[in-house]
Design a protein around this ligand. Sequence first.
Ligand SMILES: C[S@@+](CC[C@H](N)C(=O)[O-])C[C@H]1O[C@@H](n2cnc3c(N)ncnc32)[C@H](O)[C@@H]1O
Length: 267
Amino acid sequence: MSLFLWNHPVTAERYRLFTDRHDRYGAAARALVEAAAIGPGHRVLDVAAGIGCTALACLERLGEGDVLVAVEASGAMRQEGERRTRGRRIAWRSAPPEGQQFDRVICGAAIWALGPVSEVIGGMSNLVAPGGTLAVSLPAAYLGEADEPGGGTDPHLTALPAALAELDLGNPPGAEMAPLSDTSLAQAFRENGFSMARSDTRLRLTQQAYLDWMALPPVNDTLLGQVRPEDRPALLARIAEDLDMSSWRWETWALCAGTRLHDDRVQ
Ligand SMILES: C[S@@+](CC[C@H](N)C(=O)[O-])C[C@H]1O[C@@H](n2cnc3c(N)ncnc32)[C@H](O)[C@@H]1O
């Protein structure tokens, strides 16, 4: 996925609003930090840190003197993250610091957007110190796994994307994302010398959260690409009038964590 739309000021502002209103990224971040077994004294690198949801969850488990490095390539998201976490022990960077390795390298809610998974896992694995752990999170739906229905008259939350598709204001699909699966992810870990253990966490995704998430330009671009990003929220608000706002569905997040299979460097 291109970084262009993540670097749009509307995106950073909407992401912050989304995060203030809904615990989706916060809950997924806490589960990832748990799966990565982060604890006091760990040197932690948070890749594609966004506005700091995962980084803040890490700080809850780190020690008083520990400083986490948060890497975010989009200037708009990074500036919002710096503003939102001012005074916290987070060092923001646009790229990983050269020549450093970390006890924990984590990537929350971004792995599918960063490039071919084997290359991305390969790049991140080089940043893991001997004996360290690499951990990523992603919605299980991105691994081709269907979510269970929830409640209300729209228990799969399909009404919103269907209404947007009917408007026919999308752009032709761009470069297709390489299909991901549990197996391809485990293979990418293995090819780079890591074992992979998966655990899941399940959240309730409400219609309101889905609607607010759909207001993020990188998310709605496929369906609303012909509308200016700043005009899309008003259009979504009109569609919302016909949605059942009491509907919700389950959303499973996969948490994949691995340690090195063979590491000659471990003393
Ligand atoms: C859904 S956000 C997740 C942010 C954060 N990790 C969290 O848990 O809230 C995805 C992040 O990936 C970054 N991203 C998307 N595509 C990227 C790319 N091609 N290269 C680098 N970063 C990218 C975006 O800038 C954004 O901050």
